[in-house]
Design a protein around this ligand. Sequence first.
Ligand code: NAD
Length: 259
Amino acid sequence: GLAGRVALVTGSTSGIGLAIARRLARDGCHVVLHGFGDPAPIASLEKELVDSGASQAWHVAADLLRPEEIERMVARVGERHGRLDILVNNAGIQHVAPIESFPVERWDAVLAVNLSAAFHTTRLALPLMRQHQWGRIVNIASVSGLVAAPMKSAYAAAKHGLIGLTKVTALETATSAITCNAICPGWVLTPLVERQLQARMAADGVDRDEATRRLLVKQPSQAFVTLEQVAALAAYFVSEEAAQTRGAAWNVDGAYTVA
Ligand code: NAD
């Protein structure tokens, strides 16, 4: 089991990261929450995670746009627990615009949060994992790591890159008990997607149901993937049974990438 494993989930104050943190808490991990948010709701999340089975839960702050803050974040986990067994690189941001008018500052930010941050956490976590001869790295990519869509140049580049990083990490750890895999979700209804849904309602002048239908047009299931379904795949990747599952980029996407 995972009891006593120390898990850091980036971007776990919201959405998919929070669902994964909740799942790892139920499985008995020490959960380190990370991400933006107000102190009061974060404190109640910490309490909720302990009540549901986490041996400990606390929040570490770090702006992933800043490598020095990522260094401080991983160092704090190491100082507090002496180990870091499970790293879930989940934090991500989106910006949609055609390439010609894509704001350069947004390109840099999308690459920094969705890709470079995972490089930094991985390079900083691996020594701790090697020290204890066990580790699990799970990178939350996207269907945009496997296929392209217009307006998503930065996001698709970052997510394709994250899958590349996943494969290299898997190779460099292949003879150890450390694994690295990626999850490629299709549409999941999180705050990130809620903003895209609202934008579509405004842009197309349609109601929520119609905007949802249009959003899901490339997802053959015509249904959102649930948070719990993504968290369950993460739970598999961090399990003992997944010891020889290495370098996978696994879709949970209602057949999005199959069509
Ligand atoms: P979300 O907006 O609900 O959560 C994002 C989290 O990242 C938040 O906790 C936020 O505080 C944190 N974060 C963002 N920028 C940060 C920064 N600079 N520093 C520190 N923390 C930062 O988003 P979500 O939908 O849950 O997305 C989580 C991951 O799943 C992302 O990598 C996203 O690309 C990916 N994903 C989402 C979907 C979907 O449909 N929702 C589909 C495929 C992939």
